[in-house]
Design a protein around this ligand. Structure first.
Ligand code: NAD
Length: 489
């Protein structure tokens, strides 16, 4: 019988009483521990909440070898068969959503309801992405003959994920790779390995041994993967700095790469905006997951006439947001996920007075255990400050003023990041033209954040290389062969 969130939580109503069953790697269809282990910390308390096995070099080699052995037979199945098994994974995720969501809240900190959303979104992304048909294409068919474009799997994909959304970032990587006939070795962040290892365990009886391998490990383990000549591609989501290291290491065998990296998204609010509609949406797009979203609004450019109103309204929402342990009912925002990131956000806040900006709400860490920062809104700030120029990846929003739209577009684009951006206005056509001029991979009008499984997603500039989702995303897990066929004699 499938458990419900309520059933699960009545048995374990708070993080402290949540019993985490021992987690293991999935290697070649078998669950395994390791000689070494590390502690997983609950960011709402700062204390250890579980012990996780730490994958060794030998275990990685065995996982890669198993994935290589399993790949030809997996690729020989039809895409319909592969879709069927992937949709079973989606079903199993939904059946176990209460448990998986509780693990996400425990290790990542987000409110439980948001963790449930994450699991449900991951499941539906599987179904939507595998509805895309990736058949051979005929490029030319005339008296000179026919040219066909065939898509072949690359082989074995190494997938590496960060800590902000462990399941909704891992499951689509598995889906892209397996649906296109590749096999996978997946490594979650060492900060949030629990839900992903549980996912591997749940998938164990769905896929043949070796098709999906899930191993927890340190950053060094990620580097071993990037350098491993048995892997044909790395699909990486994480920071720009690590993405550059992955790219350098992957050169060893010219691995294919998808790099989904950090962002510093700008939202441009024009003075004809519908304020009542925009304000809650902008707040959510900046502060969801306590700002730990790659495509969160991280720089808010607001036109003169509506500047003060927007500052006041967002500050009010920040002051009234309920911050706390994600297991407490009614909590809207959880902690920053780990101590190093907490120190980064605190350092950025310490820099704000030097910038002579106005702190409109928050501005400090909360005096309680765990890694909590008060939701912070900063006005009268400009470029050339850490808060504006860097990716804070925490619950802190700078609001910048502009007079001319051209100036806002230029400033929004004046960054090495290029993930997402948005324009807010009642004049949708005008806003759409401006949104198309943002130097980013995804832009929105009167909206910000969200990935659609049928639409390519990824970053421009240093926010990444390649795209995930849609036909474009699937193609990037394949090699193309152009086949020239002569005309019939
Ligand atoms: P990170 O780069 O520190 O770590 C990400 C993963 O890389 C972890 O699993 C880590 O163990 C591994 N790793 C570390 N060193 C490695 C190496 N040398 N080789 C291979 N793997 C290595 O990132 P993080 O702090 O976990 O995540 C936050 C960052 O991720 C933010 O910048 C955020 O914007 C970005 N992000 C981007 C997207 C996107 O889709 N563009 C989505 C979510 C998060």
């Amino acid at each position: 019988m499938s458990e419900t969130c309520a059933d699960f939580l009545s048995a374990a109503s708070t993080a402290t009483s949540l019993r985490v069953r021992p987690v293991k790697h999935l290697i070649d269809g078998q669950l395994e521990g390791s000689e070494s282990s590390f502690e997983v910390v609950n960011p709402s308390t700062g204390g250890a909440c579980a012990t996780c096995p730490e994958g060794s070099r030998d275990q990685l080699d065995r996982a890669v070898a198993a994935a290589r052995r399993a790949q030809p037979q997996w690729a020989a199945r039809t895409s319909a068969e592969r879709r069927k098994l992937l949709c079973r994974l989606a079903g199993v995720l939904r059946e176990h959503q209460a448990e998986v969501a509780a693990l996400i809240t425990l290790e990542q900190g987000k409110p439980l309801a948001r963790a449930v959303d994450e699991v449900q979104r991951a499941a539906s992304q599987v179904e939507r992405l595998t509805s895309v048909v990736l058949d051979k294409e005929v490029l030319r068919n005339d008296s000179t003959g026919r040219v066909e474009l065939h898509f072949r799997p690359l082989g074995v994909i190494g997938a590496i994920t960060p800590w902000n959304m462990p399941i909704v970032l891992a499951v689509p990587k598995i889906t892209h790779a397996l649906y296109t006939g590749n096999t996978v070795v997946l490594k979650p962040s060492p900060y949030t390995p629990l839900a992903t290892l549980r996912l591997g365990e749940l998938a164990r009886h769905i896929f043949p041994p070796g098709v999906l391998n899930v191993l927890a490990g340190s950053d060094r383990f990620g580097q071993w993967m990037s350098e491993h000549t048995g892997l044909d591609k790395i699909s990486f989501t994480g920071s720009v700095a690590t993405g550059k290291r992955v790219m350098a290491s992957a050169a060893v065998n010219l691995k294919r790469l998808t790099l989904e990296l950090g962002g510093n998204d700008a939202a441009i609010v024009l003075d004809d905006v519908d304020l009542d509609e925009a304000i809650p949406k902008i707040f959510a797009a900046a502060f969801a997951n306590s700002g730990q979203v790659c495509m969160a609004i991280k720089r808010l450019y607001v036109q003169d006439k509506v500047y003060e109103h927007l500052c006041d309204a967002l500050a009010e929402l920040a002051r009234s947001a309920r911050v706390g342990d994600g297991f407490e009912p009614g909590v809207q925002l959880g902690p920053v996920q780990n101590r190093p990131q907490y120190e980064v956000v605190k350092g950025i806040l310490e820099d704000v007075p030097r910038a002579r900006a106005r702190i409109l709400a928050g501005g400090r860490a909360l005096d309680r255990p765990g890694y909590f920062i008060a939701p912070t809104v900063v006005g009268d700030i400009t470029e050339g400050t850490r808060l504006v120029d860097e990716e804070p990846f925490g619950p802190v929003l700078p609001i910048l003023r502009f007079r001319e739209v051209e100036d806002a577009v230029m400033r929004a684009n004046d960054t090495r990041f290029g993930l997402g951006g948005s324009v807010w206005s009642r004049d949708i056509d005008r806003a759409a033209l401006i949104a198309a001029r943002l130097e980013v991979g995804i832009s929105w009008v009167n909206h910000h954040t969200g990935a659609d499984a049928l639409v390519p997603f990824g970053g421009a500039k240093e926010s990444g290389i390649g795209r995930e989702y849609g036909k474009d995303g699937l193609r990037q897990y394949t090699e193309t062969t152009s086949v020239f066929i002569p005309p019939d004699p």
